[in-house]
Design a binder for this molecule. Structure first.
Ligand code: ADP
Ligand code: SF4
Length: 693
């Protein structure tokens, strides 16, 4: 299908200062949990974006000086000349298909606790460090000498960025993280000198630093400003003030890069934020400046992108997560391959990689951050090995991804699913409040598998062990999923608790299949700590129940700190009138009440309820695998039999799609059980002499 001519505008070049972007697809800076620790992994990840057709590609936050670093989060460093080679390799990869390469330079000020460098943090106005982790550290107020130093450190970073081969420099003043915003905002700037007070004074440092950037790079690099669209609070740098600032400095940068207020607001999950959520905050800003404007909005639809440009809201379509889920988004639109777009589901599992200091993964793009580590590609598959055929049992995220990757490799694929629908858990979870976008995990894969001539899909086909052996295939993957437990066993309780069978008990599987409590008052016990407990609380409130949310944790859905949702979830529950009971867990279930124990003091209290929903843990559905294993499967020519996804070890959806990919990638590969399954970089050793006198 040729490209819809209405989308042509997305492929018109546009100038950014001294550079010209080949199209309107602008990959804004995004973290990846690898950063300076995994330079080659990050380089290859960015290279796939270049190959996928992005016009502009940025690094993640690059810290310019050790007096400001945000350990434990792993970003980039440009601390001295020795950091240049890794970043030069990155710039080179970004430019490999005609994209402009950008570097985001950051100085975190009041946001950098300096846990690694141990330097005293420097801030526009001193005070406690404002991080996710409440580090017990304060920053010192910068004096004029410090400001001079900071300008020099920035100039060094500009020179190094130039030397590394970047085209664009982005100065980070968004999300409340960058010192540029700290200067602008009355919340963080209490200065009484020429850098504080009125807006012109608070803008002074930005004017100086942009001038310095131009001078240090001889005007050869474009300079962009990444700004927060709205900082909340009485003293925050509001949308109105931002507009005043842009009107006063219309020509200051070569491009305005606009992002919602906090990172949580900017990268909201699809549960709470639709596509294009920041449009109201951006509309009209283009009228204040002749410079191009970029904004984000988890855009995956070409029509929505075109509308943003045609209606004069944006010039460039900014994207972080859509570019992670599908690095080939621009190319697919360019070639009219709309049905091949792998849409971001807005789950923020990618963000969790950064938040946990691990390496990011993506629910949709299983190759993300595995391009170099494992040689995986988001769209291409390695050719198949010696064997011909595979059977995959279960069409959940693991089974669907396994089938798709094996089919792309060229194997003859049989996919058998017990139920009438494909998607496994996402076929059910997509019907829960706020989770409809998760259906994209199934839709993308079924859409791809459908037309493939080497794929046969059988629905309504619960296989037995004998069926598995009778299929005559070379390799078998059992991806039969998991079932939520009907008891309290999870993290706190490692064994079941005393239970009177008279109180109706429910699991998430019950609720998702439409089997819901009859009575009025329902207690949810959440020892899972991810999204399910709060989503079911919403569901029950919508059904008219009075809901008590009981958790042994200190806050609801505590793991969702890592997906930037925790505060929003808590607010939602309170707004819905859910009674939240923290630091409590059931110790006994009686006929019409549960006995709760305080996790700190053991003090007991009774909670009357008509039903109890356990959101605790899941039992792998591995019966088929265990039974098949006991049969003589090798005798019928099966070469390998594996258990994958939730059926092996229940986890988030991204773990299941990853497991499906890993299985398909491993087909006909030599058994390397004792070898490392991925490449990694080991730090080069410095000379070993001690510096001690
Ligand atoms: P995962 O997240 O690991 O993909 P899911 O629970 O989402 O796991 O999906 C498992 C799928 O396996 C479900 O759609 C389920 O209906 C299917 N299934 C379970 N047992 C069988 C079986 N014996 N034969 C075919 N399909 C099965
Ligand atoms: Fe989108 Fe989720 Fe992938 Fe992040 S992990 S890019 S939110 S699908």
């Amino acid at each position: 299908m040729p490209r819809d001519p209405r989308h042509d505008i997305l492929f018109t070049p546009l100038q950014i200062g001294p550079k010209t972007a080949k199209n309107r697809f602008y990959q804004v800076p995004h973290c990846n949990g690898g950063g300076y620790r995994d330079p080659s992994a990050v380089v290859e990840m960015r290279r796939t974006k270049a190959e996928g057709g992005w016009g502009v590609i940025f690094t993640e936050q690059t810290e310019i000086h050790p007096t400001s670093e945000i350990t434990p989060f792993i970003e980039q460093h440009l601390w001295d000349d020795r950091d240049i080679p890794a970043l030069a390799r990155m710039a080179d990869a970004m430019k490999s298909h005609g994209a402009l390469a950008g570097i985001q330079l950051a100085y975190s000020g009041i946001n950098g606790p300096n846990l690694y460098s141990r330097e005293v943090p420097l801030a526009v106005t001193g005070g406690p460090i404002l991080t996710f982790t409440s580090d017990p550290v304060q920053a010192r107020t910068m004096d004029k000498n410090d400001i001079r130093d900071l300008r020099r450190w920035f100039r060094n970073a500009f020179r190094r960025s130039h030397q590394a081969g970047f085209d664009l420099i982005c100065l980070y003043g968004a999300h409340g993280f960058g010192i540029l915003q700290h200067f602008l905002s009355r919340a963080t700037n209490h200065r009484t000198d020429e850098y504080g007070g009125n807006l012109s004074n608070r803008s002074r440092f930005l004017r100086e630093i942009v001038e310095d950037a131009r001078e240090s790079t001889k005007g050869e690099l474009a300079v962009t400003l990444r700004m927060s669209l709205h900082e909340a609070g009485a003293f925050g740098f509001s949308n109105a003030e931002l507009r005043d600032f842009i009107a006063m400095h219309a020509d200051l940068p070569d491009l305005w890069d606009l992002a919602h207020g906090t990172w949580e607001a900017c990268s909201g999950t699809s549960r709470f934020k639709p596509e294009g959520a920041q449009e109201d905050l951006v509309r009209g800003i283009k009228e204040l400046t002749a410079k191009p404007v970029v904004g984000v909005g988890r855009f995956t639809s070409a029509d929505a992108m075109v509308r943003q440009i045609r209606s004069g809201v944006l010039d460039f379509i900014g994207a972080a997560r859509p570019s992670i889920a599908d690095p080939f988004l621009p190319k697919k639109i360019e070639e009219g391959r709309y049905e091949d777009i792998r849409e971001c589901i807005g789950c923020n599992i990618c963000v969790s990689g950064d938040m946990t200091g691990s390496i990011s993964r993506c629910t949709q793009n299983t190759a993300f951050m595995e391009e170099w580590r494992k040689g995986w590609h988001p769209d291409r598959a390695r050719p198949k090995g010696v064997s011909e055929s595979v059977l995959i049992v279960g069409a959940g995220p693991a089974g669907l991804e396994a089938a798709l990757q094996a089919a792309k490799r060229g194997y003859r694929v049989t996919l058998a699913e017990a139920t009438k629908s494909l998607g496994g858990r996402v076929a059910k979870e997509r019907l829960l409040p706020g989770l409809s976008a998760w259906g994209r995990v199934a839709d993308y894969r079924t859409g791809q598998l459908g037309p493939m001539p080497n794929v046969a899909i059988y629905r309504d086909s619960p296989l037995t062990p004998e069926d598995v052996l009778a299929m005559g295939v070379d390799h078998v993957a059992i991806a039969t999923g998991a079932t939520w437990r009907r008891d309290a066993v999870a993290r706190l309780h490692l064994h079941p608790i005393p239970t009177d069978p008279a109180l109706p008990l429910f699991t998430p599987d019950d609720l998702m299949s439409g089997h819901c409590p009859e009575g009025q008052t329902v207690a949810i016990y959440d020892d899972d700590h991810f999204y399910m407990g709060s989503v079911l609380a919403e569901l029950l409130v919508l059904r008219g129940n009075r809901v008590h949310f009981v958790t042994p944790a200190v806050k609801v859905a505590e793991w969702t700190d890592n997906t930037l949702e925790q505060g929003t979830i808590m607010r939602r529950l309170l707004e819905l009138g859910v009674e939240v009971q923290l630091n409590k867990a059931p110790e006994a279930v009686l006929k019409s009440e549960i006995i709760l124990g305080c996790t700190w003091t053991g003090r007991q209290s009774a909670l009357s309820c008509d039903a109890l929903v356990y959101v605790t843990s899941r039992t792998p559905n591995d019966d088929l695998f265990q039974a098949s294993k006991t049969l003589d499967w090798q005798a019928v020519g099966i070469r390998s039999l594996h258990l994958i996804g939730d059926a092996a070890a229940p986890g988030p959806i991204a773990w299941a799609t990853y497991a499906g990919r890993a299985w398909a990638e491993g087909l006909d590969m030599p058994d390397r059980a004792d070898a490392l399954s991925f490449r990694r970089e080991i730090a080069a050793l410095e000379p070993g002499q001690s510096l001690l006198p």
